[in-house]
Design a binder for this molecule. Structure first.
Ligand SMILES: [Zn+2]
Length: 243
């Protein structure tokens, strides 16, 4: 499968770096995803580009196969459109249901009165190829088409790599020291780092008859205290707009 950009390559590297032992629990996968967020931040700084907005993991719950991917790095630098086109090609090589234009996110924005902006597609909904899932869906497409149970989680890189306001806690550092899922999820919740699947990714999953659990939704669901800290509930995890 093609590697569309540096951050996808980094996700591919991390996925295969950890083949032995293979992470089998969601806690281990979140720790790996957290490390991916940190490596993306450090890499972006060295490369003098913005960090991808989100990193995400998609996994086959049964076989433990997984794929790490990132959204397209927004803003600084050029070539975002080329990266998206490359990702669309990768996806269309294996994905039989057609992509629709405008995308579901763009349709939703248009219907809510947000108009297209001349220079940046990122400001007008999320185009195909922007989300990390484009890569992850393509790499696990057989699993998805066979109807295996899939789990997905996306984390926003900025809150993962910044101090949680009013604390001395940086989620990517703290999570390295935690081994219990409840503790890890609590850090993600307080940091407001989880992002649910966007409409484009839901469309892709539904059109392939896939069966995905979105952990951002599961972990934010009641009755676990208040969901106030899960800022993501009404946001697209894949949006190129930093908050
Ligand atoms: Zn998406």
């Amino acid at each position: 499968m093609g590697i569309s950009d540096y951050f996808s390559g980094l996700g591919y590297f991390l996925t295969h770096l950890t083949v032995t032992p293979q992470p089998t629990s969601i806690t281990e996968l979140i720790r790996l995803l957290s490390r991916y967020a940190e490596w993306s931040r450090v890499s972006a700084s060295v490369l003098n580009v913005n960090t991808p907005t989100v990193v995400q993991v998609l996994r086959d719950v049964t076989s433990y196969r997984f794929s790490l991917a990132a959204s397209v790095s927004p803003g600084k630098g050029e070539g975002q459109e080329d990266v998206r086109e490359e990702r669309i090609k990768v996806l269309e090589n294996v994905w039989s249901p057609p992509l629709i234009y405008p995308t579901p996110v763009q349709r939703a924005h248009a219907e809510s009165g947000i108009s297209p902006t001349e220079s940046s597609a990122e400001l007008f909904g999320t185009p195909w190829g922007h989300c990390g899932e484009t890569i992850a869906f393509a790499s696990l497409y057989k699993t998805i088409h066979m109807g295996h149970s899939i789990g997905t989680l996306a984390l926003a890189v900025k809150p993962m790599t910044s101090f949680i306001p009013g604390t001395a806690t940086v989620p990517v550092q703290t999570i390295e020291t935690l081994w219990h899922l409840n503790d890890v999820v609590e850090v993600l919740r307080v940091a407001g780092a989880m992002r649910p699947m966007c409409l484009n990714c839901l469309y892709l999953m539904n059109s392939a008859g896939g069966n995905a659990e979105d952990y951002a939704v599961t972990f934010c669901a009641p009755p676990r205290r208040s969901a106030d800290n899960c800022r993501a509930t009404s946001e697209s995890k894949c949006s190129g707009v930093e908050r």
